[in-house]
Design a protein around this ligand. Structure first.
Ligand code: ZN
Length: 321
């Protein structure tokens, strides 16, 4: 990887990317659709590509101060594996002995396996970015604020008065959100795997969500349950983070503002239903080897659906679904 060496417009792109990484919500880019804007852009492009550019004053490179946490350099992969070794693997190792119904990964963990697991195809793109930031201490919460003069108070959770670490947000905070989301997730999991005991999740469960495998009583791999786990835990954790941002940033001016419980319930239901709908859509659009995918989709969601006994065996093709 060459990093920023020889990258065109690096002086502009680098601060821009740095700023984008500091955002806690996803950033979307619009595509120009109307002809007028296209024409303006085309004129600017032609002006800029003349040598020397006519009537074209190069803007000063943005002098945004770069926050070192969000800088990507050529050492990106090294930094990742170091952060992983520190946060992830150590924690993983600490919990494996405690896991009873969870089966530890069958092959020894390599950096490569962990790196790949961060970008599992069952994760939404936004969640993969979120997980990446967690691994790099790249989220604007907790100790991030300790080093910023005048903002040190933001390091504490406004609700609980404790350091607002990612662990606090995802598992310990008393604001309406995390405990409700996890209890709903636990309820769904009990329907999916009645023989497995549900216990409170740990940060290690969250960090290793892409590595966890589930087996049945006879030790046979359960691809559907494993996939549901990945989808459900990743979406739930990401939702909890988004709820926290809405509360802390979106409603910063309102004292003690909290989400209502039904709202949290609806948001989680919406997120999971969207993933289910995506699955059904992808099965319907595929041809050829879709039979395997269809079986996996059915195995993922079976036992979690409402009125399931009334559904046909292959509900992915059912029009009323
Ligand atoms: Zn809190």
């Amino acid at each position: 990887m060459r990093g920023w060496i020889e990258a065109p417009l690096a002086a502009y792109l680098r601060p821009l990317l740095n700023r984008l990484r500091q955002r806690c919500a996803p950033t979307t880019f619009g595509k120009i659709t109307d002809e007028d804007t296209w024409a303006t852009l085309e004129r600017a492009r032609q002006d800029a590509s003349m040598a020397p550019p006519r009537d074209f004053v190069l803007a000063q490179a943005p002098t945004l101060e770069l926050d070192p946490r969000f800088e990507l350099t050529g050492a990106r992969l090294d930094a990742l594996t170091q952060a992983l070794a520190y946060h992830g693997i150590l924690e993983l190792r600490g919990t494996e002995t405690r896991l009873r119904t969870h089966s530890p990964p069958s092959t020894p963990l390599t950096h490569g396996a962990i790196w790949t697991s961060l970008r599992h195809r069952d994760f939404s793109r936004a969640f993969a970015v979120f997980l990446w930031k967690v691994m790099h201490d790249g989220l604007k919460c907790g100790t991030y604020w300790d080093k910023i003069q005048g903002y040190e108070h933001r390091a504490q959770c406004g609700r609980c008065g404790l350091p607002e670490t990612i662990q606090h947000i995802l598992f310990d905070c008393e604001a309406v959100g995390q405990s409700l989301v996890w209890s709903i997730v636990g309820g769904i999991w009990k329907k999916k795997a009645p023989d497995a005991e549900w216990r409170a999740l740990t940060p290690a469960d969250f960090l290793s969500v892409g590595l966890k495998t589930w087996k049945d009583n006879k030790g046979r791999f359960r691809p559907g349950a494993t996939r549901l786990w990945r989808i459900m835990i990743s979406e739930a954790a990401h939702l909890i983070w988004k709820l926290r941002c809405e509360r802390v940033i979106g409603h910063a001016e309102e004292d003690d503002w909290e989400h209502s419980q039904p709202l949290v319930w609806n948001k989680l239901q919406y997120v999971l239903n969207s993933r289910l709908a995506q699955d059904v859509e992808s099965v319907r659009r595929k041809y050829g080897d879709s039979a395997i995918d269809r079986r996996l989709v059915l195995a993922t969601w079976n036992r979690t659906l409402r009125d399931e006994p009334a559904l046909p065996e292959d509900w992915t093709t059912w029009k009323g679904f």
